[in-house]
Design a protein around this ligand. Structure first.
Ligand SMILES: O=C(O)C(=O)C[C@H](O)[C@H](O)COP(=O)(O)O
Length: 213
């Protein structure tokens, strides 16, 4: 998969809703209920981070749920890419970008939303053909003000800011010309997942889905 094609596909995924939930699952048995709640609330694109032993099984469970598009987050290695693809991930997300990771995603046809925090990192990805990127760590890297400043010199790049994004500050990012959506974990709190509070999570999702772009 070329970087250009990957960016077209990840841009489409980012445009499904204003927010892409960033999910950390410790128990794969919660995956289906969580996916159904988020999709019912209006957030079909789901990023399951590869930070727990349950993550790959959770991706496989979520991939079976109609109406969703499940991706793998926190991709760090070529092995992560291969396992995520095998589990049924439709896209990948990474906190940064290395040559090996980019090569693995391109070779395994996994559309990647690669992370970038600076103009130089964004330029290096652009040079390779990526035009849709994650701005991470968003708040720590300067927030909406910093991301907005990329729009003039780098107008061809669109971003999904994640890292410290919340319902409160999401509108600042979504108002930017170079932001497609935001990513955040606030819509699926660990305690609500553990309690299987699917109605509560659906309500958080609906609140996020109502954010205007
Ligand atoms: O590791 C990745 O590939 C990521 O996607 C990083 C996550 O987007 C952020 O860690 C989410 O940050 P919070 O929403 O503040 O919890």
């Amino acid at each position: 998969m070329t970087p250009e094609h990957a960016s077209e596909l990840t841009a489409r995924t980012c445009q499904l809703a204003p927010v892409v939930p960033v999910l950390v699952l410790d128990d794969a048995s919660k995956a289906e209920g969580l996916a159904r709640a988020l999709i019912a609330g209006g957030l079909p694109a789901l990023e399951v981070t590869l930070r727990t032993p349950a993550a790959l099984e959770a991706i496989a469970e979520m991939a079976k749920v109609d109406g969703g598009v499940v991706g793998a987050g926190t991709l760090l290695t070529a092995e992560d890419v291969e396992k995520a693809k095998e589990a049924g991930a439709s896209f990948g997300v990474s906190p940064g970008a290395t040559k090996r990771l980019l090569e693995a995603c391109e070779a395994n046809d996994l559309p990647l939303l690669p992370g970038a925090a600076t103009a130089s990192e964004a330029m290096a990805l652009l040079e390779r053909g990526y035009k849709t990127m994650k701005f991470f760590p968003a708040e720590a890297a300067g927030g909406a003000k910093a991301l907005g400043s990329f729009a003039s010199p780098l107008p061809q790049i669109r971003f999904c800011p994640t890292g410290g994004v919340s319902l409160k500050n999401a509108p600042d990012y979504l108002a930017l010309p170079n932001t497609l959506c935001v990513g955040g974990s606030w819509v699926a709190p660990k305690d609500m997942i553990a309690a299987e509070d699917w109605a509560g999570i659906e309500a958080l999702a609906a609140e996020a889905a109502a954010l205007s772009r």
